[in-house]
Design a protein around this ligand. Structure first.
Ligand code: SAH
Length: 225
């Protein structure tokens, strides 16, 4: 999968994809992430990408021209399945959306700043708008990194045990069961005996039970879906 991220702060996206699971995804050529500096597509000599808003009021707005030029330049080289704008008034990101996006081949992600982007970009160039939560951040870079991480770990072959993402929280509308590792006993704190039993069938049953119980306690809304 190829993900092109358009940003005015490429430095913010230097590190998130170069460690751990996403690094492995890139090394295995399962994921290609390109960070594109929007300023390279600015048309005036000051490399301006934002301007005052029509109608007055505080806060700059990202201009239509550099973003349109950037998207069109990318589209002249390959086709894209989605052009995504990260925005607090977008569709709230969840596991089903992430699952669907992980099946695509090429996507563009646009990071907003200041007051956001000129509405004409949203109306004519964007195909999907995604929010990572009901709060406002100062830029779309961290939301973009969240989205790429959530997608990247789902690509087949990225996680060591291919099925392991299937057992994470929110798949099947269930939260994940509790997990334990060595030592078996820390002070007087022990590990549930069933996990040491070696009986895989019983262990699976126990995990499912724990998942359902945890979901019922913490996120009953998931069970009602
Ligand atoms: N004035 C806008 C907020 C702009 S915040 C409003 O009230 O809706 C600046 C940029 O940060 C946005 O353009 C967006 O790209 C990003 N951003 C902020 N919060 C976000 C969130 N919860 N989800 C996704 N992107 C977000």
């Amino acid at each position: 999968m190829r993900i092109d991220i358009i940003t005015v702060l490429p430095e913010l996206l230097e590190s998130p994809f170069n460690h751990s699971i996403l690094k492995r995804a890139k090394e295995k050529n399962l994921l290609e992430v390109n960070v594109i500096n929007l300023r390279d597509f600015a048309t005036n000599k000051h490399k301006q990408v934002d301007d005052y808003q029509y109608g007055g009021g505080a806060g700059m707005v990202m201009m239509i021209e550099p973003i349109a030029n950037c998207i069109e330049s990318l589209k002249s080289k390959q086709d894209y399945d989605e052009v995504i704008y990260m925005t607090p008034d977008g569709e709230l990101l969840d596991q089903p959306i992430t699952n669907k996006l992980s099946l695509l081949k090429n996507i563009i992600i646009i990071c907003g700043h200041y007051k956001g982007v000129d509405e004409r970009i949203r109306n004519h160039f964007i195909t999907k708008e995604i929010s990572i939560g009901n709060y406002v951040l100062s830029g779309g870079e961290l939301p973009a990194a969240v989205l790429v991480d959530a997608i990247g770990r789902l690509l087949p072959g990225v996680l060591n045990d291919e099925s392991s993402a299937l057992f994470d929280s929110f798949q099947d509308n269930l939260l994940a069961p509790p997990v334990y590792t060595r030592p078996e006993k820390f002070r007087d704190l022990t590990v549930p005996e069933i996990l040491l039993s070696g009986d895989n069938k019983k262990i699976d049953e126990w995990r499912l039970n724990q998942s359902v119980q945890r979901t019922r306690e913490r996120r009953p809304d998931l069970l009602n879906e």
